[in-house]
Design a protein around this ligand. Structure first.
Ligand code: NAP
Length: 295
């Protein structure tokens, strides 16, 4: 059988994303000779041992990364600085250090200073997920047909980048390389702002008078239900995303607020053409997504 891309992959954090990678490594082959799982709590690691998709479960992150030729941070981005400080001295020369975090400039800022000479640091972000978390929620096909964006700092070893791309491509993802700042702006509009709106709408509905709130729940089939699915995501993960992509999220929110005001004006003044045009443009976006198989 062909050599796997990496001999020993250490997953620091083994929830939805980490356990999906581990499951893919088991099910697809060609990815990793051995998978080491690390989590913050013993409870989660005991569960991982029961589920059986990791070769070794190790509670100490420094021990988990020792001897690994690929280390993937798969915990909320707010935990990265502390984790990087702990694992930095144990990273092997020549290893790839990467992550799956939803913000990328913060990863450069928080992890970069702890990367030893000779370790290839390649931040990455699979644009795939669900609203569920923990080791039970992962599945091997999560990344199929989805994009994984890599944001290597300038001058990163091309062979290491190619290896990491191959790793994601075996899992069924398409890969692209981009600048971290660009990533954060793009993700602010396609993911972070929609989540912010979903959390806000759910909050608004919850603040309504008792009688109305009950009806929101009862008749939620229209529109609101889709927002509640998005808003069911992990609170710690989303707190960390908003706090670590502050500028881009605030910029996109300001633009959105302006556009929402323009819509309010059109409704107030009966500007039917403006309203219809907005809906037509939105339908076109949905149609393109379906054509690109990203719906
Ligand atoms: P998750 O299911 O909540 O799992 C998080 C994992 O991180 C758990 O194993 C948790 O351990 C561990 N962890 C938490 N705090 C830690 C700490 N201080 N030190 C070490 N480990 C710690 O989260 P996820 O959905 O897989 O998300 C993981 C990362 O992927 C995040 O950075 C997120 O931004 C990114 N991401 C998520 C999605 C998505 O849709 N969920 C999509 C793309 C990228 P315990 O179980 O012991 O607490």
């Amino acid at each position: 059988m062909a050599e796997p891309v990496f001999k020993r992959v250490a997953l620091i954090g083994i929830g939805l994303i980490g356990s999906s990678i581990a499951r893919a490594a088991k099910e697809f082959g060609g990815l990793a000779g051995e998978v080491i799982a690390n989590a913050r709590s013993k409870n989660s690691l005991d569960r991982v041992a029961e589920l059986g998709f990791a070769d070794i479960c190790e509670l100490d992150p420094a021990k988990a990364v020792a001897g690994a030729d690929c280390v993937i941070l798969c915990s909320p981005v707010g935990t990265y600085a502390e984790l990087a400080a702990r694992i930095g001295p144990s990273l092997s020369p020549g290893a790839v250090l990467t992550d799956v975090g939803s913000t990328k400039q913060s990863v450069m800022r928080d992890v970069g200073p702890f990367v030893p000479e000779g370790v290839h640091f390649i931040p990455a972000h699979p644009i795939a997920g669900t609203e569920f978390s923990g080791p039970d929620s992962g599945f091997a096909t999560l990344f199929q047909g989805r994009w994984t964006l890599l944001t290597p700092p300038p001058g990163t070893d091309e062979t290491a980048i190619a290896k990491l791309r191959k790793f994601w491509e075996i899992m069924g993802a398409q890969t692209a390389v981009m600048d971290a700042a660009h990533h954060d702006r793009v993700l602010a509009i396609v993911s972070h702002l929609p989540h912010l709106i979903a959390f806000t709408i759910c909050g608004t509905a919850d603040d309504l008078a008792d009688e109305t709130r009950q009806e929101v729940m009862q008749y939620s089939a229209s529109g609101f239900r889709d927002f509640t699915r998005i808003a069911a995501s992990d609170p710690v993960m989303w707190r960390d995303i908003f706090l670590n992509n502050r500028e881009a999220v605030l910029e996109m929110l300001a633009r959105f607020t302006e556009d929402a005001q323009a819509m309010a004006r059109a409704i107030r003044w009966g500007d039917a053409e403006y309203i219809e045009d907005k809906v037509i443009r939105s339908r076109k976006i949905r149609k393109s997504l379906i054509e690109l198989k990203q719906a």
